[in-house]
Design a binder for this molecule. Sequence first.
Ligand code: SF4
Length: 337
Amino acid sequence: MTHSAELSLARPRWQRELAEAINRPEELLAALGLPAELLAGARAASRLFDLRVPRGFLARMRHGDANDPLLRQVLPLGDELDEAQGFVSDPLDEAAARRAPGLLQKYQGRALLIATEACAVHCRYCFRREFPYSEQVDSGGPRWSAALEAITRDSSIEEVILSGGDPLSLSDARLTQLTDAIGHIAHVRRLRIHTRQPVVLPSRVDAGLLTWLGGTRLPVVMVLHANHPNEIDPEVRAACAALKSAGATLLNQSVLLKGVNDDVEILQRLSVALVEAGVVPYYLHLPDRVRGTARFDVAEETARALLDALMARVSGYLVPRLVREVPGAASKLPVSL
Ligand code: SF4
């Protein structure tokens, strides 16, 4: 065995899968048997925001179907280059919420730390697809220092939210370093982690991650991100079970996306799949109007009608809260039924 092969085997499985994720449009189209006409648009759009799809997520898509709901979330399309009225680079005005480099505060008592810019998957509708990560994050450490100092100085912050990017992109050692530092701040009582990795890269939930999870003094709420029932396969269910056994409370936030999950049957199946995996369907967000994402937009009226229809079919705990984030508001705003 060569030295580099030995080194590669020494890495955890999830890091090898991450390194092998698909990032070339031609490879994605070939793997799914999709028409070559899609290539020019996919190449142009992926220059704006890179393509990235873990192979395990790709395996849950239907071969030959350009409208597969998982594929639609990750396939770059030429229309991302079109201007659309009301779709802008920072629709939530996160620049105004910056408290320190790498720290945003939108709501009372909570602060959001940008742990990393890296994600296992690149979702085309991502509201942070134009986020200025280089100004906010330096995974070498000093930028965290400024965020941690700001949290230490403000005793009203009881909950720290790790976001990004996807915080679970960090190695176990870096995560431990970060959460140990947060755990040393006496007034912080809870840790919330926003992550899509247990869904798109379930191998991330390995022994090392579970040890890290059990090692913090802080109760951990993990907010997952799944949008369609086809995302939840046996490996994802096993990852959720392991996270729960390690003590995490599991919630899910979805984004209501045209052509992906704007259908009552799909929303019902998603909620049932989540609850059966031990995850509470918590939020359903109207998509944020970020530039290049107009094809996913769902009108508020349509969203309300969908939720009405869902409520008529299932128990209340299977109905997520329909919300929209509005810059400057004191909380996420419910879209009333
Ligand atoms: S995982 Fe979250 S932060 Fe990363 S690209 Fe998708 S929506 Fe954006």
